[in-house]
Each structure stands twice: as structure tokens, then as C-alpha cells.
Ligand binder design. Structure first.
Ligand SMILES: Cc1ncc(COP(=O)(O)O)c(C=O)c1O
Length: 336
């Protein structure tokens, strides 16, 4: 029985063609800056996002941490969503390793941070306060694409108040696909953007941090400090380059499968399905059956995450037949 793993889009295995690209990648020592495949990837992603330079790093977490440490000095703070990855899901790295204080604020139902809340969180220049230095947004956030007009407004205000702006764009290409824009159109609002190759794009490892040449030059030192200087990293960067060539346009398929899953789960008593925007389907489950749903799904070879709010994520390694099976497995649980 094929295991249908809908826990995350990080679970994909490299395709045979991606493995070929990895095998064929020209290699060098990237700490010396002479891995041609890493260099090609960095140039490519910087150009795609309309920035001067990029740095290939092992993970999205490290990319975000490097960005925060590059933008903020010790004793400064970043304004961030209460449920943003850069606040809640990165083990407090900015505070622990960067001495940078997070200032979390609530999300609105559409995933945005209210502009009034951002403004209210910016501290006056007073010796009692940490210095507000950075606004950090995330797009997509919980599978939702932040609207273009919102990004322009929020970053415009932050810039006017002297803040730098970072985007955790782990799923930037899902956001661009949903919004029907170029990734560059989103990136233009931000000083730095972190983008992951290891999520919807299907590469096994790796993220990139992009920004100005000077920003990336400083980021380079933090990458080394945090242990992210890899050597013949082109074997991994080759997968990312392949993904940029072959796995962006197909994100539409993941979004369509998420919609199909959401449609198939509609109307089950006790389930509330949030209409998906990209590749994530969130489902609220009422009552006793909530606890036993995930174990039941597992017996049917379907994996998801969450307890009361379940999450199903579509990706490169699932197809229409898998979604049909997942829907049937959920329905079976509620009809028993
Ligand atoms: C929105 C977001 N940002 C950053 C990350 C961190 O990526 P990594 O797992 O490569 O550290 C994740 C991981 O799932 C994520 O979902």
C-alpha cells in the first residue's frame, strides 16, 4: 500500500530527473566560493527575485536567522506574527543566538498583521525599549497568500518608520502562483527574502537568502558562524536549479489537488473545512472522533498532522488517486 504522506510538502523525494541533475552537477568548495553549481543557483535565484545577490544555505530556519542577525544588532527587535515561523517555530533562535528580541503581534483571519498593530508595536526611541529594527512577514502564511496591496501598504509603513523588511518566503512560489504574479513582484517590497527549495519545489535540501550585495556579503559571515558553510554543496544546489526549471509551473497542480481534497471533505458532519488558497487544507474537527482520526487514517496509509485542527498538504509526490483515497479514508471514519 502506497503511503500518502500529506503531513507537509517537505516530505518529497527527489525525482529520477532531479537525481540525474544532482549527479551531473559540477562541484567545488563553496566555502572558497568556487562551487560553480552553487554560484549558478545564487545568481539565478537573485535574478528571479530582482535582487543583487543570494546565499545558498542548508535550511529555511538558518536563512531566516541569518537575515535577522544581519538586519538587527544585539538589543534590537523584530516585529513578527504570533504564529509566524520566524517567531514560533524556530526554537527562539533570534533571541538565543542573535540577542534580538521578537515583538510578536496577532494575525488577522487572512494571515496578515494589521497595519495599525504594526505601527503600534514600533517603539519610540527611548532607553527603556529595545530598538525596533525589522518587520518580518511570511508569505504564504498557513497556506494563505498575503494580498499584493497589503504587502505594499505594510512594507511602505514599515519603511517610512525606518524599519528594514524581511520576507520568510519559504513558499514564495506558491504565493506567486496563487496571486498570479511573478515572484519578483512580491520580492520587490522586501529588503531580504528567504525562499525554500525543499518545500513545494521538491528539492531534498536547501534555501536561499536574497538581498542587496552588501547585505549578502554580511550574511555570508553569519552563515559561516552558524555552521552553514557547506563544501561541495553543488550536489544539492543542482537539485534546486532543477526545481527552478521544472517545478514552479506545476505548483498549480498541488493547489488544484488541495481544492479537490477540500471539496471532497465538505459536508461531513463534525468537520469544518477552510477553503484552501494554495497547497494546504486546514480542517477543524469537533468531538470525540477528532482524536481517533489521525490513527485511523494511518491504518489506511494516509498521514496528516494536527490534533483538533488537521493539516493536509499536497505536493509533488501525491496525485489525484491519492486524494481520492484520502477523502475516502476520512469519510469512512465519520460514517462508522
Ligand atoms: C513558513 C516556513 N518558514 C521557514 C521554515 C523553515 O524551513 P526549514 O525546515 O528548512 O528550516 C518552514 C518549514 O517548514 C516554514 O514552513
Amino acid at each position: 500500500m502506497k503511503i500518502i504522506d500529506l503531513r507537509s510538502d517537505t516530505v518529497t523525494r527527489p525525482t529520477p530527473a532531479m537525481r540525474d541533475a544532482m549527479m551531473r552537477a559540477e562541484l567545488g568548495d563553496d566555502v572558497f566560493g568556487d562551487d560553480p553549481t552553487v554560484n549558478a543557483l545564487q545568481e539565478r535565484i537573485a535574478t528571479m527575485l530582482g535582487k543583487e545577490a543570494a546565499l545558498y544555505v542548508p535550511t529555511g530556519t538558518q536563512s531566516n536567522l541569518i537575515a535577522t542577525m544581519t538586519h538587527c544588532q544585539r538589543g534590537e527587535e523584530y516585529i513578527v506574527g504570533q504564529y509566524a515561523h520566524t517567531y514560533r517555530w524556530e526554537a527562539g533562535g533570534a533571541a538565543v543566538l542573535g540577542s534580538v528580541q521578537p515583538q510578536p503581534i496577532e494575525h488577522q483571519p487572512d494571515g496578515t498583521l494589521a497595519i495599525a498593530d504594526i505601527e503600534a508595536a514600533i517603539k519610540p526611541d527611548d532607553s527603556h525599549f529595545a530598538r525596533s529594527r525589522l518587520l518580518c512577514l511570511e508569505n504564504t502564511f498557513a497556506g494563505k497568500a498575503l494580498p499584493m496591496a497589503y504587502m505594499a501598504d505594510a512594507t511602505g509603513i514599515a519603511r517610512k518608520r525606518g524599519l528594514a523588511i524581511h520576507l520568510d518566503g519559504a513558499r514564495l512560489f506558491n504565493a506567486a502562483t496563487k496571486l498570479g504574479v511573478n515572484a519578483k513582484d512580491i520580492a520587490q517590497h522586501f529588503d531580504s527574502v528567504s525562499v525554500c527549495f525543499s518545500k513545494g519545489l521538491g528539492a531534498p535540501v536547501g534555501s536561499a537568502l536574497v538581498g542587496s550585495r552588501d547585505f549578502i556579503r554580511q550574511a555570508h559571515r553569519y552563515r559561516k558562524m552558524l555552521g552553514g558553510g557547506m563544501r561541495q554543496a553543488g550536489v544539492l544546489a543542482g537539485a534546486a536549479l532543477y526545481a527552478l526549471d521544472h517545478h514552479i509551473e506545476r505548483l498549480l497542480e498541488d493547489h488544484a489537488l488541495a481544492q479537490r481534497l477540500a471539496d471532497g471533505l465538505q459536508g461531513i458532519s463534525g468537520l469544518t473545512v477552510e477553503p484552501p488558497q494554495t497547497n494546504m487544507v486546514f480542517v477543524d474537527v469537533e468531538g470525540e472522533r477528532a482524536k481517533s482520526l489521525l490513527p485511523h487514517l494511518k491504518t489506511r496509509g494516509v498521514l496528516a498532522t494536527g490534533l483538533y485542527r488537521l493539516r493536509f498538504v499536497t505536493h509533488l509526490d501525491v496525485d489525484g488517486a491519492d486524494i481520492t483515497r484520502a477523502i475516502a479514508a476520512v469519510r469512512e471514519h465519520f460514517s462508522a
